[in-house]
Design a binder for this molecule. Structure first.
Ligand code: ADP
Length: 397
């Protein structure tokens, strides 16, 4: 029987939602609240017969959820609140406690709240979203789907930092990895697509490149995360839109002294003022940087080259970790849309036998490797909402 499940992503001033029919995985409605807390907040709602946008005062997330439910009723997208069977929430940090998604009860809520120390700008607002739904739909079960859970299969050799062990023991400083829901979805898509093509999918070595504003790569062996590029926080690993990714850590104490910066300044510098934005001097949005590069802007071209180098170096490392590679996947805003980045990255992996088919790449085909390539190369749209809905279905059964 069809169930109706919400997939929710609550940010500090936003709430993204999809209502899905499961197990068919069909979107019934989707939309977003933006600028929550302000008098000119934005509400967008789309369904088969509706595409509306409203500017209104939305004081808080609780109000947003009530507005959402009454809009669904008013527009006859649902006939009654009883039709909602479950709510899945994206939660940023599950620490070492949560190795899978989980039904939210008071104990789970307390754990998520305790983990706020590791994700201060995410876990508390994720809980605000949970409470808003608990309040509006008290009879309906809520499930937490963690960005970190998929990477809990990493072994100590990949998750430990070479720092005094007491910091791991006292503060749980280790690599957690993020974008887990996306990488897990990509692994399941690769298995599905190759399985349908009659290929053996029991022992696949996949490298999944989630390249969006935030970007991470995951080495996947037998469906499990073996290694991933984000770390203790989502700043680590690749260079990103406005995040530095890995840098020599001694730069921080150096800047601390030279520029009299404090911890908050450094965090802002690394998260908001670095990456593509800093090197190009133009934008954190790759579209702007690519456009400038095409017009001959040298710093824009340099930014692209730095970005590409980090990606191809990380993939190369993961080919070593995996002991080979069967499928390389590009996903998320940049991975799905930038043929240039894909081409430049694969070009640098020629020594591993990866060869792109330029025409397939430019035409946005699902598989973009040439017949000469030793490895399959795919472009697959990610879908974190479907994963959230799948886990919510599975756990609320
Ligand atoms: P987020 O991490 O915010 O979810 P997305 O996955 O939406 O990010 O990706 C955003 C990035 O994708 C931006 O850098 C944007 O420039 C890039 N992008 C989107 N469309 C294109 C395109 N057609 N060509 C190049 N880059 C694109």
């Amino acid at each position: 029987m069809t169930k109706k499940i919400f997939a929710i992503n609550a940010g500090s001033s936003s709430l993204k939602f999809q209502l899905l029919a499961m197990p068919e995985e069909i979107i019934i409605a989707k939309g977003i609240f933006e600028k929550i807390g302000e008098t000119d907040a934005i509400f967008k709602l789309k369904s088969e017969n509706l595409d509306k946008k409203e500017i209104l005062a939305i004081p808080n997330h609780k109000f947003a959820v009530e507005k959402l439910l009454s809009e669904l009723l008013e527009n006859q997208i649902i006939q009654s609140m009883d039709e909602i069977d479950g709510v899945g929430h994206r939660v940023a940090h599950g620490g070492e406690i949560f190795k899978d998604s989980v039904v939210i009860d008071q104990k789970v809520e307390a754990y998520i709240s305790d983990l706020s120390e590791l994700a201060p700008s995410h876990n508390p607002v994720n809980l605000v979203g949970v409470r808003a739904f608990q309040n509006a739909l008290p009879e309906v079960g809520n499930v937490a789907v963690f960005d970190t859970a998929y990477h809990q299969t990493l072994s100590p050799e990949y998750y430990l930092y070479p720092l005094p062990m007491k910091y791991y023991e006292q503060y749980k400083i280790r690599k957690y990895g993020f974008h887990g829901t996306s990488h897990k979805f990509i692994a399941s898509e690769v298995e599905r697509i190759l399985g349908e093509a009659g290929k053996d999918v029991t022992h696949l070595k996949i490298v999944s490149c989630h390249l969006g504003n935030g970007a991470s790569i995951c080495a996947i062996k037998d469906g499990k995360s073996l290694n991933t590029s984000m770390g203790f926080t989502p700043l680590a690993g690749l260079m990103m839109g406005s995040r530095s990714g890995d840098i020599d850590p001694m730069i921080l104490p150096f800047l601390l002294k030279k520029e009299q910066l404090d911890a908050t300044d450094l965090s802002h510098l690394l998260n908001q003022e670095s990456g593509l934005l800093a090197v190009s001097g133009i934008s954190n949005d790759l579209r702007d940087v690519e456009a400038a590069s095409l017009k001959g802007d040298e710093r824009a071209s340099l930014a692209i080259q730095l970005f590409v180098n980090r990606i191809s170096q990380t993939i190369a490392g993961y080919i070593s970790d995996l002991g080979g590679i069967d499928v390389l996947v590009f996903t998320a805003g940049i991975g799905e849309n930038s043929a240039t980045i894909r081409e430049k990255v694969v070009e640098r992996l020629a020594c591993f036998g990866l060869v792109i088919d330029p025409e397939a790449n430019d035409n946005g085909e699902q598989f973009i490797h040439s017949l000469l390539s030793k490895t399959m190369i795919a472009v697959l749209p990610t879908n974190e909402e479907i994963m959230i809905a799948r886990d919510t279905m599975r756990l609320l059964k």
